[in-house]
Design a protein around this ligand. Structure first.
Ligand code: FAD
Length: 392
């Protein structure tokens, strides 16, 4: 529950005008706090990025985000070594265009009274008395500016400069590469296909339609250039022509890190990718980033972290457990997993979303107890899952 408190004191400075930062701003603005958002780019990120999220996004965002929805996914097909498992979703997944979501959130944040400033790149911060002075580079470094705030929120992505300045360690990250393609003739636009090919990636490939004729094929890898080559080979094998690539490194959640640091001059918080709030089972960060933003806004308004952040932590930890179990799966493991999906287990996949992993796991094991034994055995024999530490 967010309390409404008109506060005329020092503003909250949010570094990063993307999904997590703008949602934090919106919530704080609605609660009456003075908020300044500093986005390093001269404009909001214009690079197209097709994303799939669960229906949970609607609950978290309320009425915002409608213009960003470009398609709905009603069925999944999981492929492994000649086998396929199909299931429908009771609540369709939503395919969104990230740039549209960012613009919608920016308008809503401004309408709630927040000041959003573009072309302001965070460089460093200093503790001064009862405030924090943040140094910003303006317009590509041609000018600089110092702004005084009471609280800083680092929403500046996986390589967060705010996090480094406040003393958080660098995060492990993995490359995510996807390419826009024309959909194959046999592919309905409300189906997402997933391929498990552990020789290529310990994660998976996906094909997500974002319109009746086009979609994105992608994968998560462990090394940037190699990941792009692996994707190119896969596209060739599937006779799909890459029309445009989208890529970036995303954080690999390996344990919960405290999202607040108390400095002498004020508090510093992290949200979204900067906080590592990404589901490491599927490496999706939109819904978890938004939920983290909600938790951080509550913490700022109520003087400390509350139940929302604790629930997020529990869920991210369940995703971590799933990743540890499956990260070193062989093709035979995936085939066995698909074979174990009986009708009742599939029903659970249809009913529960990926954003309720604890409930989903529990219900799956209830419907197919052999999952438990299989999972335990895999967990006990699993190795570590690596990621590269990125420079500040
Ligand atoms: C190709 C690709 C596909 C993906 N697909 C999915 C998906 O299907 N589903 C899903 O849930 N997730 C997906 N993700 C992950 C998801 O996009 C991210 O988790 C999410 O966008 C993170 O949002 P964010 O606001 O935390 O950070 P970002 O979107 O990284 O934004 C950080 C912002 O901070 C700004 N910034 C950086 N440094 C500074 C600075 N020094 N000063 C001021 N501003 C700064 C940047 O310009 C940027 O605007 C995908 C990621 C990629 C790369």
């Amino acid at each position: 529950m967010i309390e409404t408190s008109r506060n005329t004191g020092s503003p909250v400075g949010i570094v990063g005008g993307s999904v997590a930062g703008l949602f934090t701003a919106l919530l704080l603005g609605r609660a009456g706090r003075a908020v300044k958002v500093f986005e390093g780019g001269e404009d909001f990120d214009n690079r197209t990025r097709t994303l799939i999220v669960t229906s949970r996004m609607k609950d978290v965002l309320g009425g915002v985000g409608k213009a960003a929805r470009v398609n709905e996914i009603r069925r999944f097909e999981l492929f492994t070594d000649g086998r396929v498992a199909r299931f429908s979703l009771r609540q369709p997944d939503i395919v969104i265009e990230r740039t549209r979501l960012i613009r919608e959130l920016a308008s809503a944040a401004e309408a709630s009274g927040c000041e959003v400033q573009l072309g302001r790149r965070f460089v460093s911060m200093e503790e001064r008395g009862d405030g924090l002075n943040i140094q910003l580079e303006r317009h590509g470094g041609s000018q600089s500016e110092e702004v005084r705030v009471g609280t800083v929120v680092g929403a500046d992505g996986a390589a967060s400069r705010v996090a480094r300045a406040a003393g958080w360690p660098a995060q492990n990250t993995v490359p995510l590469v996807q390419s826009i393609v024309r959909l194959p003739d046999d592919m309905p636009s409300d189906v997402t296909r997933v391929w498990f090919i552990p020789d290529d990636t310990p994660y998976f490939y996906w094909l997500i339609p974002h319109s009746a004729t086009r979609g994105v094929v992608g994968l998560i890898g462990e090394d940037g250039p190699a990941t792009r080559h692996v994707l190119e080979r896969f596209l060739e094998r599937k006779h799909l022509e890459p029309l445009e690539y989208q890529a970036a490194r995303i954080p690999l959640y390996s344990k919960w890190i405290p999202i607040r640091r108390k400095l002498n001059g004020g508090d510093v918080y992290l949200v979204g990718d900067a906080a590592g709030h990404v589901k490491v089972s599927t490496v999706g960060g939109i819904v978890t980033g938004l939920r983290g933003a909600h938790g951080v806004a509550e913490a700022i308004l109520n003087g400390g972290p509350g139940p929302r952040l604790r629930a997020l932590r529990r869920e991210l930890d369940v995703h971590l457990l799933i990743r540890k179990v499956i990260h070193n799966f062989t093709q035979a493991h995936y085939s066995h997993l698909v074979d174990l999906l009986n009708t009742r287990a599939r029903k659970e996949l249809e009913t529960n979303t990926r954003d309720e992993p604890g409930r989903m796991l529990w219900r799956l094991c209830l419907q197919q107890p052999r999952f438990l034994l299989f999972g335990l055995r895999a967990f006990l024999t699993s190795g570590a899952f690596p990621g590269r530490r990125i420079a500040a």
